[in-house]
Write a protein that binds this ligand. Structure first.
Ligand code: NAD
Length: 271
């Protein structure tokens, strides 16, 4: 598998929310490998953020760690101001931070509902808005990219697959789908490209219970026609491509990176 990404994103400046773990970490490392300077956002676990920053610097790229809760407007504005102060501008936002707070529907508290919507949906709105403001201020710099900026929203197969016991999460990702498409429609004339990646089951801390025992993994694999769990690198390579000019004519799209999970595997034997 080709892993040499160098040069794809030369001289570009990226911000990855929730970049100290799982898919965000994978994206931050891949963007660095592709030549970008990377701001690694974290809400907690600062040492992990510094570990990712060190790995990117090891590649000879610029990297910084920035603490912020993406659901808080003042935190997001401070994070963008700090990134722009240090890097000069931003070309790529990976809107990745997300969480689950699961409960049977009739037991779900308003707090659980609001926290998941607040981080997964409002957080993506707040970060995308700050990124768009910077892209609009700066415009296209042809030596850097054909686009004035790129936003990649981390959605989920649950933007289309309903998910019992996780209604807050599924609703947040359904919301991300229309947030992404509506932003893409509005901002395409300004040369801002906005797309989503919808991961299937990826081996990260968020879904540890689904893969850490052999029995759980076996059950999970019945939902995946490709019969393997995804790795953060599967998502990261797609993110680099979506952030690069190789995908210049793509905007408003969701790329499903799911080993076929959205292909109704229950119907594989005729239903
Ligand atoms: P993860 O738990 O490893 O990473 C989530 C990251 O978001 C962590 O760094 C966490 O600290 C951060 N975060 C949470 N709340 C935050 C906040 N308020 N402000 C800033 N950062 C915050 O899990 P992951 O699997 O890497 O998840 C990354 C994204 O991918 C999420 O949006 C998730 O919904 C999505 N996703 C994951 C899978 C999967 O199978 N792993 C599948 C579909 C979608």
């Amino acid at each position: 598998m080709p892993t040499d990404l160098s040069g794809f994103l030369q001289n570009q400046k990226a911000l990855v929310t929730g970049g100290n773990s799982g898919i965000g970490e994978g994206c931050a490392l891949a963007l660095g490998a592709a030549g970008a300077s990377v701001a690694v956002n974290y809400i907690s676990d600062e040492p992990e953020a510094h570990r990712v920053v060190a790995a990117i610097r090891q590649m000879g790229r610029d990297a910084i760690a920035i603490q912020a809760d993406v659901s808080k407007e003042e935190d997001v504005q401070r994070m963008f101001a700090e990134t722009i102060r240090q890097f000069g501008t931003i070309d790529i936002l990976i809107n990745n931070a997300g969480l689950q707070q699961d409960a049977p529907f009739h037991e779900m508290t308003l707090r659980q509902w609001e926290r998941v919507i607040g981080v997964n949906l409002t957080g993506q709105f707040l970060c995308a808005r700050e990124a768009a403001r910077e892209f609009l201020r700066r415009g296209v710099v042809p030596e850097v990219s054909r686009a004035a900026g790129k936003i990649i929203c981390m959605s989920s197969v649950h933007e289309v697959i309903p998910w019992a016991g996780h209604v807050n999460y599924a609703a947040s990702k359904g919301g991300v789908m229309q947030l992404m498409k509506s932003m893409a429609q509005e901002l395409a004339p300004k040369k801002i490209r906005i797309n989503s990646i919808a991961p299937g089951a990826i081996r990260t801390p968020i879904n540890r219970l689904a893969w850490e025992t052999p029995a759980a993994l076996q059950a999970l694999l019945t939902l995946i026609p490709d019969r393997r769990i995804g790795e953060p690198e599967d998502i990261a390579r797609t993110a680099v491509w979506l952030a690069s000019d190789f995908s210049d004519y793509i905007t408003g799209a969701t790329i499903f990176v799911d080993g076929g999970m959205t292909l109704y595997p229950g119907f594989a034997t005729g239903g």
